[in-house]
Design a protein around this ligand. Structure first.
Ligand SMILES: NC(=O)c1ccc[n+]([C@@H]2O[C@H](COP(=O)([O-])OP(=O)(O)OC[C@H]3O[C@@H](n4cnc5c(N)ncnc54)[C@H](O)[C@@H]3O)[C@@H](O)[C@H]2O)c1
Length: 255
């Protein structure tokens, strides 16, 4: 089987854990070179091993996606380590929970700084490299809650809705330069972002049941379920796919 991402060079934000880490591993397995950009060192053991043994294929750069200079450094790291940049997966995210009347303006701003500004900065600084490379693929991780809302997710749902429409705006602005831009909308996926919400809840059993009940199948998806969608959108198989919202949610939005 030829590799689906041969000769691609990607930066994956939020790649230290969960969906981003699964995407980083699959991208390397499919032939891409990858920069993992995250606040924290990789939590995922298999990914950490890969980074320490194969620097010709994958490297880690510490990066807060809300800080412009750090995003520039992560993007430049891809170009200088691997000669070009043609793919970005903007996966870093924070939960931003609470109803509008209960959250502070600072909480709102912090949620948007990571979930919306961070996505914008990755697109902004990747574009000149993609134009130079003759095209590229921007993959922004939104959420099912970027299409519908969920109770107690006011800032999160608003920030993920912003990602959805920002991805479409970019698709229209750069179609002439061969740059595709799409959003992915996961349902409930078993990763630390949700595990932490559940373990910090007053009633952890009730919180777990609430998340399971969102899913028609009654259980979470795995990080790889979303990561394969990233592989597809990064590959030339998706050459006619831009401005789209790829829902991978185990049927959550079908009801
Ligand atoms: N897990 C789910 O159910 C689910 C559902 C829908 C959407 N999502 C989205 O998927 C994306 C990945 O989340 P996940 O489920 O893999 O969770 P996760 O917690 O495993 O991964 C999130 C990663 O983002 C990183 N991060 C957070 N703030 C950052 C910042 N300022 N700069 C750089 N990195 C930062 C974290 O360090 C972490 O490694 C998020 O955008 C999340 O909103 C997740």
């Amino acid at each position: 089987m030829p590799s689906r991402l041969q000769n691609k060079v990607a930066v994956i934000s939020g790649g230290a854990s969960g969906i981003g880490a699964a995407a980083a591993r699959l991208f390397v397995a499919e032939g891409a070179c990858v920069i993992v950009a995250d606040l924290q060192e990789p939590l995922d053991r298999k990914l950490a091993d890969l980074i320490s043994t194969d620097p010709d294929k994958i490297r880690f750069v510490k990066c807060d996606v809300s800080i412009e200079d750090e995003v520039v450094a992560a993007i430049e790291a891809a170009a200088s380590a691997f000669g070009k940049l043609d793919t970005v997966v903007a996966c870093a995210g924070v939960p931003g929970m609470g109803a509008a009347g209960d959250i502070s303006a600072e909480h709102w701003d912090k949620t948007f700084a990571v979930n919306a500004r961070g996505v914008f900065l990755f697109t902004k600084y990747a574009i000149p490299h993609m134009i130079k490379a003759g095209g590229g693929s921007i993959i922004n991780i939104s959420s099912a809650f970027g299409i519908v809302a969920g109770p107690q997710f006011a800032a999160y749902a608003a920030s993920k809705g912003a990602v959805r429409n920002f991805s479409k705006a970019t698709a229209l602005d750069y179609i002439g330069q061969g740059i595709r831009s799409n959003s992915i909308h996961p349902g409930y996926i078993d990763t630390p972002i949700v595990q932490n919400i559940i373990s910090n809840a007053e009633d952890t059993d009730a919180a777990q049941s609430m998340f399971n009940a969102l899913q028609p199948g009654g259980h979470a998806g795995a990080p790889e379920d979303i990561a394969w969608g990233c592989v597809y959108l990064a590959s030339d198989e998706a050459r006619f796919v831009t401005g789209a919202e790829l829902v991978i949610d185990g049927g959550l939005l079908a009801r």
